[in-house]
Design a binder for this molecule. Structure first.
Ligand SMILES: Nc1nc2c(ncn2[C@@H]2O[C@H](COP(=O)(O)OP(=O)(O)OP(=O)(O)O)[C@@H](O)[C@H]2O)c(=O)[nH]1
Ligand SMILES: [K+]
Ligand SMILES: [Mg+2]
Length: 443
C-alpha cells in the first residue's frame, strides 16, 4: 500500500462507438475531479444521477450518469467514480482530455485498477486471475470456470489448506514445548501425521484436476489425421461450417497446420487440419508432415480418417491419446447407416450424414475428459507448480520420520508458504507484472 497515490482514469467499457461508454476514475482526487466537471451537485454515494458534464470554459461535453463509490466500498478500495457517457468516440475523447488536464490525474495503465484492488486487499491473486479469465471467456464452460475462481472459491480451498498446515505446525510446536518438560508422550504428533496425509491426498485430487481446468480454459485439441485425400480438409470445413481449408483432388494439398475454434455446448474446441501422412520426396510436403506429427502428438483427441479408394491406413505414433476412426465419403459406398461403433463412424460431407454424430462424439470425448465434481479447480501452470512443490514437502514430512520433529515441522512451513504464494500472500512482486499485464486499460 503506497501513500499519496495518483488518481487514475480510463475508459472501462469497450471501444467506441457504443451505446454507453463508462469512464472509471480511482484515487484520492476522484470525487474532486468529478465535481469539477459536473455542473450540478454530485449524487450521494452509489446512487446514479443524470448530470451535465462540462469543460473548463463551461461548455457542455455530454449528459451522463454519474456514480460515486467512496473508499473503501469500491472495486479498487479507493475513492472511485464512474461516468456513463454516450458512447461516441469524440464524446469519450473530450471527457478523457478534460480529466487529463487536471493536476494529479493521469490515464491508467493496463490492469492498474485491478492492481490497486489487490494492493488494497479487495482481491487476491487467484481471484484476479479468475477475473482476467472471466473477461476473456468466450464459451459457457470457460465462463463457469472463471466465475468459480473470481468468486474466491479456489482461493478458499488454498487458504483452507494453509490454515490446516499452520494448525498442524502449532500442534507440533505445542508437543515440543511439553516434551521439554518431559511429561507428555508423543501422541499429538500421530494425529498431526494423519491430518497431513489427508491433506496430501486432497491436494493430489486437485493436482489431478489441473489438466481438466486447462482443457476448459484453453480448449480441447482435436486433430484430423490420415493419408492424403482422406477428406481431412473437407471434414474441417464441414465441422466448422466455414470454408477454411483448400480442398482439391490433388493428394498433398494441405501442408501447413490449419486451425479453427468450435464452441460445442460451451466447450472450447481447437480443431486442426494437417498434411496427409505418406512417404514423399517433396521437401515442402515433408515439412508439412513433420508439423502434422507434432500437432498429432499434442492432441487431446485424434480423428483418424480413411476413405474408400484411398490407400494407406495411417500408423499413428504410439501414445495414449484417444482416437475416433472416421471413414469418409460415405456417399461413395453402399452403407446407409453412419454409426459403426463407439470409436468409429462413417461420414459424408456431400450429404452431411454422420457429421452431427461426429460432433456429438467429440463433445462426449471432451465431457468425459473434464468430468469433475466442482469447477473450483486450477487451470494455470503457476498453480500447478506451487501445488506440486507443496505436495512434495508434505510427502517429505511424512516419509522422513527419522528426522527430529522440528525439521519435519519445517516441511509443513514450506508447504504452507507454497500455498501462500498462489494467493499472493507472500513473494508477490515478481508475479504482479505478469498477471496484471493480462488486463486491458480500464480494468
Ligand atoms: N464424394 C465425396 N468426396 C469427398 C468427400 N470428402 C472429401 N471428398 C473429396 O476428396 C478429395 C480430397 O479431399 P480433401 O478434403 O482435400 O482431402 P485431404 O485429406 O485434406 O487431402 P490432403 O490435404 O491432400 O492430405 C476432394 O476431391 C474432395 O472433394 C465426401 O464426403 N464425399
Ligand atoms: K487433397
Ligand atoms: Mg487437406
Amino acid at each position: 500500500m503506497t501513500a499519496a497515490k495518483e488518481t487514475i482514469f480510463a475508459l472501462a467499457s469497450g471501444a467506441p462507438p457504443a451505446g454507453v461508454a463508462v469512464i472509471r476514475i480511482s484515487g484520492p482526487l476522484s470525487l474532486d475531479a468529478t465535481q469539477r466537471i459536473t455542473a450540478q451537485p454530485l449524487p450521494k454515494p452509489r446512487y446514479a444521477a443524470l448530470r451535465s458534464i462540462v469543460g473548463r470554459s463551461g461548455q457542455l461535453l455530454d449528459k451522463a450518469l454519474v456514480l460515486l463509490f467512496p473508499a473503501p466500498h469500491s472495486f479498487t478500495g479507493e475513492d472511485c467514480a464512474e461516468l456513463h457517457l454516450h458512447g461516441g468516440k469524440a464524446v469519450v475523447n473530450a471527457v478523457l482530455n478534460e480529466l487529463a488536464g487536471f493536476e494529479g490525474l493521469r490515464l491508467a495503465e493496463a490492469g492498474e485498477f485491478s492492481r490497486r484492488a489487490f494492493e488494497n486487499g479487495k482481491l487476491d491473486l487467484v481471484e484476479i486471475e479468475g477475473l482476467a479469465d472471466l473477461l476473456s471467456a468466450e464459451t459457457e464452460m470457460q465462463r463457469r470456470l472463471a466465475a468459480e475462481q473470481s468468486a474466491g472459491h479456489l482461493s478458499s480451498l488454498y487458504e483452507g489448506w494453509r490454515e490446516r498446515l499452520i494448525f498442524a505446525r502449532a500442534m507440533i510446536e505445542a508437543e515440543l514445548d511439553f516434551s521439554d518438560e518431559g511429561d507428555i508422550p508423543g501422541s499429538v504428533s500421530d494425529r498431526v501425521w494423519s491430518e497431513v496425509a489427508k491433506l496430501q491426498s486432497e491436494i493430489d485430487t486437485v493436482i489431478d484436476s489441473i489438466k481438466t481446468g486447462e482443457i476448459i480454459r484453453d480448449g480441447f485439441r482435436v486433430v484430423l489425421a490420415g493419408p492424403p485425400n482422406a477428406g481431412k480438409s473437407s471434414l474441417m470445413n464441414a465441422l466448422a461450417r466455414r470454408d477454411i481449408a483448400i480442398v482439391t483432388d490433388v493428394a498433398g494439398t494441405t501442408r501447413d497446420v490449419l486451425h479453427c475454434e468450435l464452441d460445442l455446448e460451451g466447450y472450447k474446441i481447437h480443431l486442426y487440419d494437417t498434411a496427409g501422412l505418406r512417404d514423399t520426396e517433396d521437401r515442402v510436403e515433408q515439412e508439412g508432415i513433420r508439423r502434422a506429427l507434432t500437432t498429432i502428438a499434442d492432441a487431446d483427441l485424434i480423428l483418424r480418417l480413411r476413405a474408400p479408394g484411398v490407400a494407406g491406413e495411417v500408423d499413428l505414433p504410439e501414445n495414449a491419446i484417444p482416437v475416433i476412426d472416421v471413414s469418409t465419403k460415405l456417399d461413395l459406398r453402399d452403407e446407409v447407416y453412419p454409426f459403426e461403433s463407439a470409436e468409429s463412424l462413417a461420414v459424408s460431407v456431400i450429404d452431411g450424414r454422420g457429421i452431427d454424430l461426429l460432433r456429438r462424439m467429440i463433445l462426449e470425448s471432451v465431457v468425459a475428459r473434464t468430468r469433475v465434481g466442482s469447477l473450483a479447480i486450477p487451470s494455470r501452470l503457476r498453480h500447478a507448480q506451487r501445488l506440486l512443490a507443496a505436495r512434495s514437502s508434505l510427502s517429505d514430512c511424512l516419509e522422513r520420520s527419522e528426522l527430529p520433529l522440528e525439521l519435519r515441522a519445517e516441511y509443513l512451513r514450506h508447504a504452507a508458504e507454497e500455498l501462500a504464494r498462489i494467493t499472493g500472500r507472500i513473494d508477490t512482486e515478481t508475479l504482479l507484472g505478469k498477471i496484471f499485464s493480462e488486463f486491458c486499460v480500464g480494468k
